[in-house]
Ligand binder design. Structure first.
Ligand code: UDX
Length: 431
């Protein structure tokens, strides 16, 4: 099929690439000339395992191309995916101005029947606004349909998630569009949920909110553990075997980050508020997550007494492993809190440091070449991302390098009994 994807962020670039990998002809459009330049040169604007190889293959086999011209993209496609950003506004509401702009540009360039697909996460009723925007700008009265087809990929495993979806959601009121979308997704062999546009839009927000709720739930349990001496890791394991609960998303720690959970949660709370419903449960999910970050700083303070003048080593900047993304990463808030109290900060992250330095995401920190360099003369080491290489550190070497062997673990990656045996003061989610 002939496809155009507008927006080459995580969702757009991965979706376009994977659809090309399935044999479709895909044109990816972005207004950012630098980004398109980078892609045309064969370089990736984001770090995502496996992406570069598939992009190269599909470009070489002429199924995938990049352009800044939306007219070219619209012309070359029957299905147009809108995958532009929906960043949060000051009050938490999603900023849909990019979506509106793209809908208008599509309308102005349509010459034959098009399916316009909302891929970005958007508030319920956005589909109606997209259809309205296209209608008023559709001077040639070209036929079109709007479809909501939310994306569920996770950063770090984006290619795998896209190529092996657990479900595909299609929201549409058009039988013609439904038939074409079913055809497009046939090779995935995944359960297909076909519904109206509004329900499809809510499926995405409800799914992210539910997952965030699971994390905040286990983080709340970890607070009870701290007060009683119980072990949150074992509790999560004991709960997770119940198939109604499931093991996933029950890792307690310094809280969730990333560009989706915090933003989508906030947006869903706002949408509900606008519709006249106070989604108290989600406000609590958000509050617990905020508290987890403050709790990390408190644990460090409790272990060091005075923060001012101390050297604190941070292991992990990305909001989770296998990505260089630091958007809404707990590391940013926690480092700021520690700096406000007068700490000197050393950091290491296997992948995210380059972006952090290039985009000046952190002020006044010392970037180190590895975890051992961070540990050298530190008063405390703080784990904020569970990269595999941190799980395999020589902890005795770390202990020797430190001024004071204190490790505060925001991701529960070490065995507390083994740490005690080594003489390391160790605090994790239950302590
Ligand atoms: C999420 C959704 O999982 C995905 O379906 C959606 O399309 C986009 O948002 P992503 O943001 O890439 O994906 O990361 P995810 O793996 O879900 O983790 C989000 C945050 O939650 C990370 O900061 C992670 O460390 C944290 N987390 C996750 C926990 O703190 N505990 C857990 O048990 C799981």
């Amino acid at each position: 099929m002939r496809i155009c994807v507008v927006g080459t962020g995580y969702v757009g670039l991965v979706t376009g690439t994977c659809l090309a990998e399935l044999g479709n002809n895909v044109v990816c459009v972005d207004a950012d000339t630098e980004k398109i330049d980078t892609l045309q040169k064969g370089m990736m604007p984001i770090y995502e395992p496996g992406l570069e190889e598939i992009v190269h293959r599909n470009v070489k086999e002429e199924r995938l191309s990049f352009t800044t011209s939306i007219a070219e993209g619209v012309d070359a496609a029957d299905i147009i995916f809108i995958a532009v950003g929906t960043p949060p506004k000051e009050d938490g509401e999603a900023d849909l101005s990019f979506v509106e702009q793209v809908a208008r540009d599509i309308a102005l360039n349509m010459k034959s029947y098009k399916i316009i697909v909302e891929k970005s996460t958007v508030p319920v009723e956005t589909g109606e606004w997209v259809a309205h925007t296209i209608k008023i700008n559709n001077k040639n009265k070209v036929e079109f349909d709007v479809v909501s087809n939310p994306e569920f990929l996770r950063e770090g495993t984006a290619i795998h998630d896209t190529m092996n979806p657990e479900r595909i959601v299609i929201g549409t009121n058009s039988a013609r569009a439904e038939k074409i979308m079913r055809e497009l997704y046939k090779p995935f062999n995944a359960p297909l949920i076909v519904t109206d546009i509004k329900s499809a839009e809510i499926i995405k927000h409800a799914s992210n909110a539910f997952l965030a709720m699971k994390i905040s739930f286990i983080n709340a349990i970890s607070r009870i553990c701290e007060l009683t001496g119980a072990d949150v890791v074992k509790i999560a394991e004991g709960m997770g075997y119940d198939s109604r609960i499931g093991k996933a998303f029950l890792n307690a720690g310094c809280g969730f980050g990333g560009f989706c959970f915090p933003k989508d949660l906030e947006a869903f709370i706002k949408i509900s508020e606008k519709l006249g419903y106070d989604f108290e449960l989600l406000r609590a999910v958000k509050k617990i997550n905020e508290e987890q970050k403050k709790l990390m700083a408190k644990k460090i303070k409790d272990a060091l007494w005075i923060i001012k003048g101390k050297t604190i080593g941070i292991l992990g900047l990305a909001f989770k492993p296998n990505t260089d993304d630091m958007r809404f990463a707990p590391s940013i808030d926690i480092i700021k809190q520690l700096q406000t109290e007068g700490a000197r900060i050393k950091v290491f992250d296997p992948v995210a440091m380059e972006r952090a330095e290039r985009h000046r995401l952190l002020e006044d920190v010392e970037f180190c070449k590895n975890a051992y360099a961070v540990a050298m003369d530190s008063d405390c080491l703080v784990i904020l991302t569970e990269w595999n290489e941190f799980k395999e550190l020589d902890l005795l070497r770390i202990k020797e390098a430190m001024k004071n062997p204190v490790i505060i673990d925001g991701r529960n990656i070490y065995d507390s009994a083994a740490m005690k045996e080594m003489g390391i003061v160790y605090r994790f989610s239950s302590m």
